[in-house]
Design a protein. Sequence first.
Length: 363
Amino acid sequence: MKTPNPHNPINTYINIVLLTLLLAWSFLIVRPFVTLIVWSIILAVSLYPIYLRILGLTKGKKKGLITSLFILVLLGLIITPTINLTSSLIDSGKKFYAKLDEGSLKIPPPKEDVADWPLIGDRLYGAWSQASTDLERFISSYTDEIQSSLSWFFGSFAGLLGSVAIGLFALIIAGVFMSSADSGYKAGVQFANRLRPGKGKEFMDMCTSTIRSVVKGILLVAIIQAVLAYIGFIVIQLPAASVFAVLVLIFAIIQLPPLIAMIPAIAIVFSYAETTPAIIFTIYAIIVSMSDSFLKPILLGKGLETPMLVILIGALGGMMLQGILGLFIGPVVLAIAYNLYLSWVSYEGETVPAATETKKGKG
């Protein structure tokens, strides 16, 4: 029996087809978990410096136990406020519907200056007055609007809970990644060396520093916006100012306009404050919500060798293409492409002078 010739073109084509089918099949199997895995990598890269410091305090002893405790603490920081917020909303909803069913729900009448609010004053004053005098008629008159608002709210809240659930699973997987970070880093360097021989470590360091820079930038921008909003809430004497500040922080972190969280605060302010201070507060809230547009360009690429413009375009373009996940992946992909381009250009630049010198020598 003849041994198959490995250099036979037919055998080569068959191997290529089989390999392509195997890769495609593997991708289809992994595809449902791609988002979860990418989030886990982002969390692992972002949290790894803190994780290393904690391991340093224990001198690397009982690594598995420390990793488990670290992840459990982080899970608790996410689960506890989520449960409190959900239970609070459920209790408030039950009380609201109980009062509505008993007919004991009373809406206080609006102030006269509500009608002077810009753009929506007259319409809001009329609807508010109707709700305060005849709530059943108000509900029947605005049934479609109320249903659409409730659908939007519950849909958004369900989406938020889904994101939290994904984040919890990603955090657990991130713990596994962090516990085996050394082998993962070496594998990443070897893969990067395939793209650009001898540049693997440089590319891996660039990827990790880019992810951490974007995470730090987003968190710092969110904190600045929350602090600015909190100052405005305190000055205007808004009830539950700290709760609204936390909502601004959450919305800013998940890359939703903080103004969404501040709209209820603006409505409350207009219900008790004079028109002029309320309008000034509204303008201030809009400025705080839009402040990320000039804070992100300053903070996202801070401390990186890659130009800030490349990081900013990657973040904005990635977010437009893939949502919040693209906000982290976009800068990494664009930074890798940018550095590959620079490597290619510098390589060409090195060979051209050599060719020129050879021609001069022959001349």
